[in-house]
Structures are given as structure tokens and as C-alpha cells.
Design a binder for this molecule. Structure first.
Ligand code: AOF
Ligand code: ZN
Length: 341
């Protein structure tokens, strides 16, 4: 196995932790000796062993003089687990290939430096694009201390989101609903505003996808408008977190009573609580605020083959451009995925 093949293998291993490691990154590690694989591992869950430790366990004595291929810079800090660089030094590996440095301020190059100081050869940048792509959300979260936000909207072909203000128009059908439930399952939390809960009384659970993961439901309700009888407060199908400035006594709902109900403050609090990925299912007003304040990293638009006419509402205006990253047909709708430029 050559260097590139070994790193590709490590990248594939990293992906085995998909949707399980948040708020930690996906990391894979392969150890070879005389071009033979002697160890491999992945980070599978936040708080549990790092990829390098799992790979070293398999390699045992064969790690001595070996090449190590790791998709993210080995850590040099003591977090919930010990520093991987010390384990690699102790195992007396010869050469560490790092696909990309860890932007975590606690590490940020110090892992690579420590290995070099210990006399280990370090090469950085093999398969770097692939390594960055699998941890896009982690990189954003760890640098900005904010969740990576995906905003979802359904629109008509004339770009409208609602036939009339104050009511909800069902724009897309069952197939899109299934896709949305899957999207819910791969995020740490879903966020909605009080208007959405008051008008739709949604469950916001994942019921239609094959995964049984339920994200935390986050409700932003500064003025305490949402009735206590709302499904999200009562159905016990998933956790609900409420952000409000008014004290409320809702059993089973984690209530954050905060004076500053600005979006930035709420997003910062969510990040501090370990929410790395946030799926925003907002109505028009909330979507506009997210866009205007530039908290959206990814936007998913479902276009339904309908015309809602000139009286209908359209989305916010925004000078920034998005980049189309994917297009797909889902049932009768077209799904467009975009990231911020
Ligand atoms: C590695 N290998 O497999 C992972 C790393 O709380 P801890 O101890 O798990 O540390 C979490 C931080 O460690 C995380 O934010 C990221 O910077 C790094 N993750 N590092 O050497 C791994 N998962
Ligand atoms: Zn580590």
C-alpha cells in the first residue's frame, strides 16, 4: 500500500464514525510497516478513544519504526482522552503523515511540532481536500464557536415561500418530507421560531427516515408566546430546549431564560452546549434574520413545480452569493444544495 492509498483508507475509516462523533471531528488512522498494514482505527464517539489510539492498539510492537497516516493532526492536549502525540512518540513510530492540521486553538500545529521535536518525520497535506471536506462542520464550529447552520426552505418555481403572510402553505410532498426527516437525523439540533410552533404545531421529530436518531428541538420564543400545550413541549419524542426571556415552568423542557435573546447569543450558547450542527426549519422572518446576520453556512432549497403568484412572499434579499454544490430530484421537487461563497 503506497502513501496515498494508506491515507485514502484512513479517510474511509474516518467516515465510519459519521453522525456519531459530534461535537468531535471524524478521524481515521492507518499504520503501515514495510508497506504492510499493521494497524488501523477510527474515532467513533466523542469522549471515547481517538483514532490513533485504536490503531496503535492493533499495531502493538509493530508500530516501532512504522509509518502513520492520520486524517487530522494528532492532539497534543489532555481533553477527555490523553494526548495522541505522546502515545505515538512512546510507540516509537518513524514517520507521521497528517492530511490536515487541527484548527482547534488547543492544538493548531502544536501536535505536529511536538512530534518533530521528538525526532519523528512529519509530512503535512496528503489528501488534504478530502480531509477538510469530511470535517467542514467541525472546522467551522471549533474556529467560530458557533454551530454550523444549514437553512432549509421550500419554494415554488416563482421563488415564493408562502401564499400569504401568517399562514403556511404546504409546498412540497411526501418524498421531500422523508428527505427532511433524514436531514433532521444527521444534525445535533433543529431550530424553529415561535411563529412556526404557533402556526404549525409541528413535532419536529425524525419519523420517516431509517435512522432512529432524534435531534434536540430548539425553540426560540423570546416573549413566551408558544402555548404550553404545544406538541414539542409535551410529546416526549425528543429533547426540547427553550430559549426565552420569560421564566416558564414546562416540565421536561430545558428552559434557558436569557436577557439577551439575540441570535448570536443563542447560537453561542448552543455551541457551548456542544451543538455542532444545527438544522434551521424557519419561517420567512426567522430565515431572513439568519441570512441577514450571516449565520447560514449551507442552504437547502426544495423547488416545487407550483406557481404561487405575485402576491406571495419571497425570501430575503442578500448581496452575498451562494455556490451550488449539488442538485437532485426528490419526488416531484428539485433539491438544490448551496454553500456560502
Ligand atoms: C486526535 N484524534 O481521533 C480526534 C481528535 O475531548 P477529547 O479528548 O476527545 O478531544 C477532542 C479534541 O481532539 C477535538 O476538539 C479535536 O480537536 C481533537 N480530535 N484528535 O488526535 C482523534 N477525534
Ligand atoms: Zn488525540
Amino acid at each position: 500500500m503506497n502513501d496515498e492509498q494508506a491515507m485514502q483508507f484512513a479517510l474511509n475509516l474516518a467516515k465510519s464514525g459519521s453522525n456519531q462523533t459530534s461535537p468531535n471531528p471524524l478521524v481515521g488512522c492507518v499504520i503501515t510497516n514495510n508497506q504492510e498494514v499493521v494497524g488501523f482505527g477510527a474515532h467513533l464517539k466523542s469522549g471515547e478513544a481517538h483514532a490513533e489510539i485504536n490503531a496503535l492498539k492493533i499495531a502493538g510492537e509493530k508500530a516501532k519504526g512504522a509509518n502513520v497516516y492520520v486524517t487530522l493532526e494528532p492532539c497534543s492536549h489532555v481533553g477527555r482522552t490523553g494526548p495522541c502525540v505522546e502515545a505515538l512518540i512512546k510507540a516509537q513510530v518513524a514517520h507521521v503523515f497528517i492530511a490536515t492540521l487541527d484548527p482547534n486553538p488547543l492544538i493548531a500545529g502544536s501536535g505536529a511540532r511536538r512530534l518533530e521535536e521528538a525526532g519523528i518525520t512529519v509530512s503535512i497535506g496528503l489528501c488534504e481536500d478530502g480531509a477538510k471536506a469530511i470535517n467542514e462542520a467541525f472546522f467551522y464550529y471549533i474556529v467560530h464557536r458557533l454551530p454550523y447552520v444549514t437553512l432549509k426552505q421550500a419554494i415554488s418555481i416563482d421563488g415564493k415561500i408562502n401564499a400569504e403572510k401568517g399562514q403556511r402553505t404546504a409546498i412540497t410532498g411526501k418524498e421531500v418530507q422523508k428527505d427532511v426527516h433524514y436531514a433532521r437525523s444527521i444534525h445535533d439540533a433543529i431550530l424553529v421560531g415561535s411563529n412556526t410552533v404557533c402556526i404549525d404545531n409541528p413535532s419536529l421529530t425524525n419519523r420517516l427516515s431509517s435512522s432512529n436518531k432524534q435531534p434536540i428541538r430548539v425553540v426560540m420564543d423570546r416573549d413566551g408566546k408558544v402555548p404550553s400545550a404545544a406538541k414539542v413541549f409535551n410529546d416526549k419524542m425528543a429533547q426540547t430546549w427553550l430559549f426565552t426571556s420569560k421564566a416558564r415552568n414546562l416540565s421536561g423542557v430545558r428552559t434557558f431564560v436569557i436577557e439577551d435573546c439575540s441570535l448570536r447569543n443563542i447560537l453561542r450558547t448552543l455551541a457551548d452546549e456542544g451543538i455542532m450542527t444545527l438544522y434551521v426549519e424557519a419561517g420567512s422572518q426567522m430565515a431572513d434574520v439568519f441570512l441577514q446576520q450571516r449565520f447560514v453556512q449551507k442552504m437547502i432549497i426544495y423547488i416545487a413545480p407550483k406557481l404561487l403568484g405575485s402576491g406571495a412572499l419571497s425570501m430575503a434579499t442578500l448581496q452575498e452569493e451562494f455556490i451550488f454544490t449539488d442538485v437532485e430530484k426528490i419526488g416531484e421537487a428539485i433539491k438544490l444544495t448551496m454553500t456560502m461563497k
